[in-house]
Design a protein around this ligand. Sequence first.
Ligand SMILES: Nc1ncnc2c1ncn2[C@@H]1O[C@H](COP(=O)(O)OP(=O)(O)OP(=O)(O)O)[C@@H](O)[C@H]1O
Ligand SMILES: [Mg+2]
Length: 286
Amino acid sequence: MRLVLNAVSKRYPGGVTALHDVTLDIGPGMFGLLGPNGAGKSTLMRVVATLLRPDSGSVHFGETDVLAAPGQLRQILGYLPQEFGFYPAVPVHETLAHFAALKGVAAAGRHDVVESLLARTNLLGVRSRPVGTLSGGMRQRLGVAIALSGNPQLLILDEPTAGLDPTERRRLYDVLLTMAAECVVLLSTHLVEDVYEYCPAMAILDQGQLAISGSPLAMVQALQGQVWQGPAGPAPAGTRALSVSYEAGVRMSRVLADHAPGAGWVPAAPTLDDVYFLHVGDRALT
Ligand SMILES: Nc1ncnc2c1ncn2[C@@H]1O[C@H](COP(=O)(O)OP(=O)(O)OP(=O)(O)O)[C@@H](O)[C@H]1O
Ligand SMILES: [Mg+2]
């Protein structure tokens, strides 16, 4: 099944246009959403998760018209919001059982489902602890476990790796890649390298608009031979500043140019960071 957004726009009452004419076609597998703070990633996810009605445009998941039949989508949706709260005194396993029940997991099999979710998110060791006593990363993983419950066909995760240590981050991607074999996994993150590593498809949002979408590999390959690294300072004439990088503490400039910008400049292998900074325009650090 595919998730298809067509010309989706959303303006908040305060006057901010958080989404402007966003069209995206997302197939099964992992899809990474990148973009600066305030780009509209969470707004897009809330629209798809049926928590926010767009001003115009349409959203379809397979045959389901998401805006016309939000209840239908909710039955097959797993959603991790960027921010969420729990009742702090309730133990981890009870919290998870509660949400599993809401997702329609029958009482008979619920215990096994909860145990399996706790195992997949590495929370078995803290299963009896009140949620209020968890560390930030453990809390985040409980949020992920809730999103995974009820066998969703569409999984929307808003910065799922926020606060996770490197081991838990990899463990989470292992779980998500397994899920992605049979469902659409839409995730947002600020870790550009994670998108490169784990997502065959991605998009960059900037100021509510879709800057680019497609395969990260192809985007990086398209910059082959055009990225140069040289002395810090203003970008030389005829080049486009990408960002800065550091080598052993020495600040270097990265620019985009058809040929070597001058003495002291060396070719650099393009990365998805370069693609990102090329598309977030004046938000890049130069
Ligand atoms: N409830 C709201 N009322 C008014 N404006 C809002 C509301 N929520 C978000 N915005 C604004 O909409 C824009 C997009 O916000 P959004 O949360 O979607 O960005 P984001 O890409 O998720 O950013 P971040 O990376 O910081 O999570 C921002 O300018 C934000 O200030
Ligand atoms: Mg957000």
